[in-house]
Design a protein around this ligand. Structure first.
Ligand SMILES: Nc1ncnc2c1ncn2[C@@H]1O[C@H](COP(=O)(O)OP(=O)(O)OP(=O)(O)O)[C@@H](O)[C@H]1O
Ligand SMILES: [Mg+2]
Length: 351
């Protein structure tokens, strides 16, 4: 769940091919009014995607509706409003969230949690573009774009009888599936760089810590990565954040999975470079940077290295994954080869 008061970025950050493609889809889909269903694990950016869809063509208001909080006797009136004296304590006429979203966008967050009774009423809004507030004889016409998000598999919810099949089909007009962070690790350096931006302090991260972050699988996805960095910045005055400043679960996971590599990396050894070289990819040795700060070029080199590992050395696929042209990838690899050769000659000259 989102911490209260959190400011969500409007841009959908990422350089991986899947995110580049997703951004283009969002731009295109955002121009229309058809319902969109966003599916993705917890913390993958479903709300960021919904807001980006709205921002592509911002008409009216963006009204987030937390379906999990629509419980109890007032849930229907929350959503559809009520007439004056509709029930004890109703007082004056009240407009519901859907009316508030008229000419704009209603974002049904965690639609899988929408109570069954409200699913029927929402279906009617999608079909007829109108509804009746609680206790009212008058119908209210609305033009609302519906964006729904869920971390659940809605097909399974339908099969289990917890979600109405007709509503599912109405919502599932355009589907956006957000990839988990572990499937687009090449985006980690960019996200880390962004989350390290601090209003007061200037933080940087050591290469060992960044490497560990790339190895870790982030089950809580971007939210977990962001929380991890926020926590490291809160606990440390900086400016450098080290491997040992990482949360213990990350350290434990990484040590358990790749103990030797991390030990080598922590000792300034040839962790990442060796992995690349083992597949015949000419990459420089891991460098010990001044004060352990990772320069941007190095982050880029690691993203390329990771993409090549993921595609088992297939450069065309790796370029696609990185969202860069094949020629650019070849040029960069040539540059790395050049600096590796130069370092090699310098080493032999020194012997
Ligand atoms: N592409 C992105 N670029 C930058 N920040 C992102 C991106 N995606 C997500 N975030 C950040 O990650 C956090 C989680 O994003 P969001 O709330 O949109 O995810 P969610 O899928 O709705 O999560 P939950 O299932 O927990 O509700 C937020 O702090 C958000 O700012
Ligand atoms: Mg959410």
């Amino acid at each position: 769940m989102k911490p209260a008061g959190e400011v969500l970025p409007t841009g959908f950050l990422g350089r991986s091919a899947r995110i580049v493609q997703l951004r283009a889809q969002i731009e295109r889909i955002g121009m229309g009014r058809a319902p969109v269903l966003i599916q993705g694990e917890s913390g993958t950016g479903k709300e960021v995607a919904a807001r980006s869809l709205y921002n592509a063509n911002p008409t009216g208001l963006f009204v987030p509706i937390d379906c999990g909080s629509l419980v109890g006797p007032l849930m229907e009136s929350e959503l559809f409003g009520h007439a004056r004296h509709a029930f004890t304590g109703a007082g004056e006429t009240k407009r519901g969230l859907l009316e508030l979203a008229n000419n704009g966008t209603a974002f049904f967050d965690e639609i899988g949690d929408l109570p069954y009774e409200l699913q029927v009423k929402l279906l009617r809004v999608l079909q007829e573009r109108e509804f009746r507030p609680v206790g009212s004889l008058q119908r209210v016409r609305v033009d609302v774009r519906i964006i729904a998000a869920t971390h659940r598999n809605l097909e399974r919810e339908v099969a289990a009888g917890r979600f109405r099949e007709d509503l599912f089909h109405r919502l599932n007009v355009i589907r956006l599936t957000l990839p988990p962070l572990r499937e687009r690790k090449e985006d980690i350096p960019l996200l880390v760089e962004r989350f390290l931006l601090h209003p007061v302090n200037r933080y940087t991260i050591t290469n060992e810590a960044l490497e560990a972050m790339i190895r870790y699988d982030w089950p809580g996805n971007i939210r977990e990565l962001k929380n991890c960095i926020d926590r490291m910045m809160t606990m440390n005055t900086g400016p450098l954040l080290h491997f040992t400043d990482l949360p213990s679960n990350v350290i434990y996971h990484v040590r358990a999975g790749t103990g030797m590599e991390i030990a080598a990396a922590a000792g300034g050894g040839a962790g990442g470079g060796a992995a690349g070289a083992a597949r015949g990819i000419p990459l420089p040795r891991a460098t010990s940077f001044t004060h352990g700060v990772v320069p941007l070029q190095e982050l880029e080199r690691r993203a390329i290295e990771h993409a090549l590992q993921q595609t088992r050395g297939d450069r065309t696929e790796a370029a696609l994954l990185l969202g860069i042209g094949r020629t650019t990838l070849y040029r960069k690899l040539k540059e790395y080869q050049g600096s590796e050769d130069a370092a090699g000659s310098a080493r032999s000259a020194a012997c």
